[in-house]
Each structure stands twice: as structure tokens, then as C-alpha cells.
Design a protein around this ligand. Sequence first.
Ligand code: BGC
Length: 442
Amino acid sequence: MPEATFQFPKGFLWGCATASHQVEGQNTNNNWYAWEQTEGKIRNGDKAGLACDWWGGRWREDFDRAAETGQNAQRISVEWSRVQPAPDRWDEEALERYRAMLRGMLERKMTPLVTLHHFSEPLWLSEMGGWESDKAPALFAAFARKTVEALKEYCTLWITINEPNVFAVSAYLFGEFPPGKKDMGAMIRVMANMLKGHALAYKVIHEIQREARVGVAIHLRSFWPAGPVKFLDSIPANVMNRAFNTSFMDALVDGKLRMVFKTVNVPEAAGTQDFIGVNYYTVEMVRFNLLKPGGLFRDGFYDPQATLSGTGFIANMPQGLGQWLKWAGKFNLPVMVTENGVEDAEDRMRPQYLVEHIHQVWRASNFVAQVKGYFHWSLVDNFEWERGWSQRFGLWGLDPATQMRIRRPSVDLYDAICKQNALTYEMVAKYAPASLAKIFPG
Ligand code: BGC
């Protein structure tokens, strides 16, 4: 079907996603700051430092960039350690800055989507045992109450917790995020406490704001059996899929967190989401390996046919997004792509990745799910956790030393998509000709 235009529904949200510690800079009271000061934890010894200097006020110029290039929404997160610098202290000035940011979005006609927990937590919470502590859920709910009370004038769309699965696995099983543990029991405890924290926060937010729409952004990494013996490979693939991808979201339906060898009952979590937040990046191929019990009997690798990103971190596999949106449709709730993007300093693969993934979003929104928005990760290059500054996910490049922004070609591509609320043949031909045959076959 050459020359087609894939039109999105009226009111579709187009934006970028960000997280406090990755963009604000000068966050010195959270677990990531402490982690960055510990030798060997971050690639090349990088530090978030000033990051994109949003705390210094550069959110204004970046929101201008977003609005001028057609975006009508923006996802940010609130830094818990700023709002509650000590267990018995709230920082009203910090809340006022977030209020200013949200006003800044509304003035630029961008709908805010606010996340309350995106990987970072106050140092005082870490010192109490972080999310392993049974006190964490109630403490998180108190923080949610304070923050939502302060911001409710400007925002009705909330994500309680970003990627509880990545947080629990990276911090408590792989040891890559603070506190660097490798303990399956701790990982399951953290998932369960996050579920409890989410359930409490969900209720708190609705108490404060009846019209609120509250969800979780879940990281969905596809695990596909590699073959040739697909039936064997599908055993570890299914286990990974259930334990990592779907367990948390299923628990939001029936209150049961089913991990591989253990089910934790959290009945209060049942029925606590108003939309499904999908964070999607890539597909991993899985091969059964009897010699790797620690790796859940599997080898993981990228499809040798797929195009790989700059540092080999992501394979361009848009079909995975299509499958997850179909899965999300089964919940019978609105769906939002709350993150999707690729690290690509040279912007060689990003245009192709963008058009092919957005094409999948269009297909899903027409046929299988009520998709309401797409948030690209990310607006400007930002601090990529344990990978430091070695990966560049921004539509805009950043030199963290000078704070100079660099306009990558993908800015203009995304601008065209957002402004026309559509993906067209001309856009693909101009920015990602290699994708023409995939998107417009025949
Ligand atoms: C996280 C982001 C991160 C992105 C790219 C997601 O899992 O939510 O914070 O920057 O992946 O690495």
C-alpha cells in the first residue's frame, strides 16, 4: 500500500519521557548520588552532575524545544529525596519548583504525566533498608499524598512506580543498581512491597483527586525462543516472560504476585490501575542451556538479523512492541507507550527505530488496544544510570560539560509526526528510507 498515511486519533498524546535523577542535576541526597561516589559502580566513573540542568532552570528551554517541535505532552518524575529530604521534613520550595515546571508545561500546551518513583530514593530510606523494609509502602504513600496534594491543580495523569521489575531485578538480583544485592529473596520482597506501595498510593491519589488516572509503567522486554528446538527454548523464555514482564501487571488484576517458585498475596493491589503504561525497547532471543541454572537455564542474545544500536544495547525489533500492545489490550483499559527509544549518538538507527515502532503503535491503536499516547525516551541525552553518559538516548544531543544541545535529524522527524498526528509515506521516505519496504510492503 504505497503512499499511505497512518493517521492517529484526535487528542493522541505525543511527548518525551524523563526521570528526575537523569535530567535535574544536583541531586545529592539520594541512593544514586551515593552509588556514583562509590568506585567501580558507574561506567567510566561518570556522575550525573548537572545532568540536563533542569534544577538550574533549563527545563524551560527544553520544554520550549519540545513544544516548538509539536509535542503536546511531557513525562517527568518527582524526586522523592527533594520533596522529603529527611523523614520528618517536607521541602515546600522543592514542591514549588515542580509546580512551576507543570505550569510551564501547561503554558506550552503540553499535558503532564508525572511519575512518583523512578529508580531513585532518599538516602534516609536506603539507610532504613529501602524497599526491602516493610515500612517502605506506607512511607511512599505519605510522599505520594504530599506530592499529589501540591501538584493536583496541574496534573491528573500519574504513574506511581516506574518499572518495578527493572528496579527489583537490577538492584536486588543483578547488583547493578544500588544497593547492589544479588539475592532472589530480597528481590521478591521488593517487588511485593512495591506492589503494596502502589496500591496504597493508588488509593491516596484517588482520595485527593477523583478524576485522576493512575497506572504503573512496566518494562516489557520480549523473550523469544531462538530455536531450532523451539519447544525447549520456550521453557526459559516463558519463565522469564512471566516472572519479569507480566507478574506485576497480573497482580494488579487479581492481587497475586506469582514469581517463579513463590506466590505472594497482596489482595489490596487488585483493581488498582486506570491505564497500562508500556515501556518497550527490544526483544531478546533465548536458548535453553542446561549448564546455566543461575541464568534460569538460558543463553540470551539478539537476533543476528536485527540492526543493533550504537553500543549494541538494543536490537531494532518493532514487532515486540506490537505484541505487547496486543497483550495490554486484554486489560480493557487505556494504554500508553510511556517509554520507547534507542541509544544512538550518531542518529543512524533512531529514525528507522522511530518510524517502525510508531507504525506498530498505529496498528495496535486501530486493531487491538485503546492506545492514547506515545512518550519517546528521551528528549535530551541524559544520565543513563550504571551506564553513565556512555549511551545517548536523546532526540537532542547534549554536551554535559557545556550544556550545549545538538539538534539530531530525529528531532525534525518526530516534529513532523507530532504536528501531523500521523506517520506518512513522505516522512519515511525522507528520514528512514530503509524502512519503506517494511512499512509499505507491496
Ligand atoms: C528506564 C529509563 C532508562 C531507559 C534507557 C528504562 O528502563 O526507565 O530510566 O533511561 O530504560 O536505558
